[in-house]
Design a protein around this ligand. Structure first.
Ligand code: PLP
Length: 402
């Protein structure tokens, strides 16, 4: 098998990250207390533009904390896009509540506000917009719906650190927001997450729930059932140094995306994730759709297999939640189905140079044109039965991760 020259993502780790991590190690503060935790939370709140930020052990626990703090109860409904990573839906499920899936907009691939409005019932208590692949949702429209129906909003900003809507950063646009700091994200702490809010009472509740529910003024007294969802000081040390280069990392992702657009913008067979005029994507992962593969994922898989043979890793778009066994639904989600079956994330490491991106893009162009031609003239011979079954080569990333 060809060695992978270009992974989809890779963590950006440098000497400053190493010295922060070693400093935490040498201090002996390796568990969930220590000066880096406070510093990281302070700095992250400043980065997101909120009054509170709380660090957690991953982005899924961050989402779960947010929903518990909002007292999400069994039987209640939360509106979630069907086109997202499974953690968004699972966090709702952990509370015994029901994720009600909605289709996405054809342009941004994010939750369609009209579909949100149509999905509201008397059991709906909240909306969970997900800023997919770094692209912010139509938050103005979603906020108006939430206000009209007195619903809370939990932003799942796992993939969108630093993205903006009307100049304000995601994470500050909702009741509570959640971020992931997994190794493939723009910033990482290895495993890690953050919740942000401007509501001191919600912050207090999340802090209580995160720390096993221990009464802050009475040690070993637990007035509620809590969780151990804490981050370690070791991880927070890495978080502090990663945050200090956040603007550079975001700019590098956006630059990589701009090079792809420059190199492939004229290929009619490729469709791009659209950006609303009021939003700025951080382009966590540059994502393209092979138009010919709508409802024919074999063509998309063929493109992935051919790129892999060139040493270029890609990953398929998420399967929509309504197609997954725990959440299977026969309701139609035509836009999400068409997008999910035809899309791939292409190498998006902030280390890529212009030459790298143009070299990758040349192979993409070549294969897309060949696949389209083959499709028109008698069908494509698919060289790998299902490229999505090939192990993920994202560095340091487990196969279950988003
Ligand atoms: C949209 C979305 N939500 C939630 C998560 C969960 O984050 P984590 O993997 O840190 O638990 C992820 C994944 O990384 C994600 O992509």
């Amino acid at each position: 098998m060809t060695a992978i020259r270009y992974p989809v993502t890779e963590p950006h780790l440098d000497d400053n990250d190493r010295s922060h991590l070693l400093d935490a190690f040498d201090s002996g503060w390796i568990s969930s207390q220590g000066p880096y935790l406070q510093k990281f939370e302070r700095n992250f709140a400043e980065f997101a533009g909120t009054t509170h930020a709380l660090a957690t052990c991953n982005g899924t626990t961050a989402l779960h904390l947010a929903l518990m703090a909002l007292d999400l109860k069994p039987g209640q409904e939360v509106i979630v896009p069907t086109f997202t990573y499974i953690a968004s839906a699972n966090a709702v499920h952990y509370c015994g509540a029901v994720p009600v899936f909605v289709d996405c907009s054809a342009d941004t691939w994010n939750m369609d506000p009209a579909a949100v409005e149509a999905a509201i019932t008397e059991r709906t208590v909240g909306i969970m917009p997900v800023h997919l692949y770094g692209m912010p949702c139509d938050m103005d429209a979603i906020a108006q719906i939430a206000q009209r129906h007195r619903l809370w909003i939990v932003e799942d900003a796992a993939e969108a650190h630093g993205a903006t809507v009307n100049g304000r950063r995601v994470g500050s646009l909702s009741t509570i927001a959640s971020f992931s700091l997994f190794g493939n994200k723009i910033m990482t702490t290895g495993e890690g997450g953050v919740v942000t809010t401007n509501d001191p009472e919600l912050a207090r509740r999340m802090e209580l729930l995160r720390g096993q529910g221990m009464d802050p003024s009475r040690r070993y007294w637990f007035p509620i059932v809590g969780y151990n969802y804490r981050m370690t000081n070791l991880a927070a040390a890495l978080g502090v140094s990663q945050l200090s280069k956040a603007e550079r990392l975001i700019a590098a992702h956006q630059q990589v995306h701009a090079w792809y657009r420059e190199a492939l913008g004229d290929v009619p067979g490729i469709a791009w994730q659209g950006e609303r005029p009021d939003t700025t994507s951080v382009q966590w992962l540059t994502s393209i759709r092979l138009r010919a593969a709508e409802h024919r994922p074999a063509l998309r898989d063929e493109l992935m297999a051919r790129l892999r043979a060139d040493g270029i890793d890609t990953r398929p778009f998420f399967y929509p939640m309504h197609s997954m066994p725990p959440y299977e639904s026969s309701r139609p989600f035509p836009v999400a189905d068409a997008i999910a079956s035809s899309g791939i994330n292409v190498p998006s490491s902030p280390r890529l140079t212009r030459e790298d991106v143009f070299a990758i893009a040349a192979r993409i162009r070549h294969h897309v044109e060949e696949i389209e031609l083959g499709d028109v003239f008698g069908g494509v011979s698919v060289s790998v039965p299902d490229a999505t079954g090939v192990p993920d080569t994202e560095r340091a990333i487990s196969s279950a991760a988003a």
